[in-house]
Design a protein around this ligand. Structure first.
Ligand SMILES: [Zn+2]
Length: 145
C-alpha cells in the first residue's frame, strides 16, 4: 500500500479494492481525499496513505438532467437525472461524488447535512475511448440510508 504514488490512478486502484483512500501530510497532519502528492498548506511531500471510514454528510448537491457519456450509457439523462454532490467526510476532507438513494424527482426533499455512507459503483471510464463501456473503473459513491 505504502509504495503507491499519491495519484488519482492509485486512488482508483484502491477504489477497485473497495477502499476509500486519502493522503495525510506527515509534517502538518492535513488530510486530503482524493489524495495529493504535496501538501498545499505546508508544501511537504512527506505523505502517507490513510483509509477513510466512508461516512459523511451531504455538504452540497445538484440534481442534473444530463451526464457524461458513462452516465448516459447507464440510462441517466433527461427524464432520469442523477444527483451529484459534495460529501464532507467525518475525517474532514470533502469529496465530489454521485449521491444515490435520494429521490431525484423531488430534489427539494434532499437535505444538506443528511448522513451518507460509502458505496462503490463500476462504470465506464470518463476518458475518451472508442467504446467507453469496455474500460471500467470503480468510483466511490455515497448513499442515503
Ligand atoms: Zn502539510
Amino acid at each position: 500500500m505504502a509504495d503507491r504514488p499519491f495519484t488519482s490512478d492509485s486512488f482508483y486502484q484502491f477504489a477497485a479494492e473497495k477502499k476509500l483512500m486519502g493522503s495525510r501530510c506527515q509534517t502538518c497532519g492535513t488530510l486530503y481525499c482524493p489524495p495529493k502528492p504535496i501538501c498545499i498548506k505546508c508544501h511537504s511531500d512527506k505523505m502517507e496513505w490513510v483509509e477513510l471510514k466512508g461516512k459523511g454528510k451531504i455538504a452540497a448537491f445538484s440534481v442534473i438532467p444530463y451526464g457524461p457519456m458513462p452516465f448516459v450509457k447507464e440510462g441517466y439523462g433527461r427524464g432520469n437525472p442523477h444527483c451529484s454532490g459534495i460529501v464532507e467526510l467525518e475525517e474532514g476532507p470533502r469529496i465530489a461524488a454521485q449521491i444515490i438513494g435520494v429521490d431525484v424527482a423531488h430534489p427539494e426533499q434532499i437535505k444538506i447535512g443528511t448522513t451518507v455512507t460509502l458505496d462503490f459503483i463500476e462504470r465506464g471510464s470518463w476518458h475518451f475511448v472508442e467504446d467507453v463501456a469496455k474500460v471500467k473503473k470503480t468510483y466511490p459513491v455515497f448513499k442515503v440510508q
